[in-house]
Design a protein. Structure first.
Length: 184
């Protein structure tokens, strides 16, 4: 645990980080409801990971130029991700579901890879023309507006969270932010 310690941080902070990683590795998502501090920690983690998206988009856009086609770059990107996940699964060794689990699920549960390929490919195509900030700004605005719609209607089994005034104003703010970013 000592390796996590930095000046100004306590062993309690280190235990929180270790506990968070353990819960995430074992897919125990119920713990986030127990403490507001854990929810804040997860939100900060999401912000940190979200900050990697411009790096990924920029790298993939450069790769698309090198390989002469965005689909080749998208393939290389997904191959790298697939190999990384394979290594992680081999290390963690989670129990694999039986084939029957896959057979009885609705088809759209398997569309995530297709949707991800569409997203990565469009970032590869758009970023060299309109810049990474405009590309991701528009993508983020689209993601959050649609997220509010999904939450409001409880689509795909999500808990219903009504699109109140603050959420609607937040979405309008995103669109205004996008307008301001693209003007630069």
């Amino acid at each position: 645990m000592r390796g996590f310690c930095m000046e100004g941080r306590s062993a309690i902070d280190d235990r929180l980080v270790i506990r968070l990683v353990q819960h995430l590795v074992h897919c125990d998502y119920s713990f986030s409801d127990r403490k507001p501090s854990m929810k804040l920690t997860l939100m900060l983690l999401a912000i940190l990971v979200g900050g990697l998206i411009p790096l990924q988009g920029s790298i993939n856009a450069q790769l698309g130029k090198v390989l002469n086609h965005p689909l080749q770059a998208a393939f290389v990107s997904f191959l790298g991700g697939t190999l990384s996940l394979l290594i992680i699964l081999l290390v963690l060794r989670p129990e694999m579901p039986g084939i029957r689990v896959f057979q009885v699920q609705p088809w759209y549960l398997f569309a995530g890879g297709l949707l991800g390929a569409c997203f990565v490919t469009m970032v590869l195509v758009l970023a060299p023309h309109i810049g990474i900030a405009n590309t991701l700004g528009a993508a983020i605005a689209g993601q959050l507006v649609m997220s509010v719609v999904f939450d409001h209607f409880g689509w795909l089994g999500l808990a219903v969270q009504p699109a109140g005034l603050s959420r609607i104003v937040g979405c309008v703010g995103l669109v205004v932010s996008l307008f301001l970013i693209q003007r630069a």
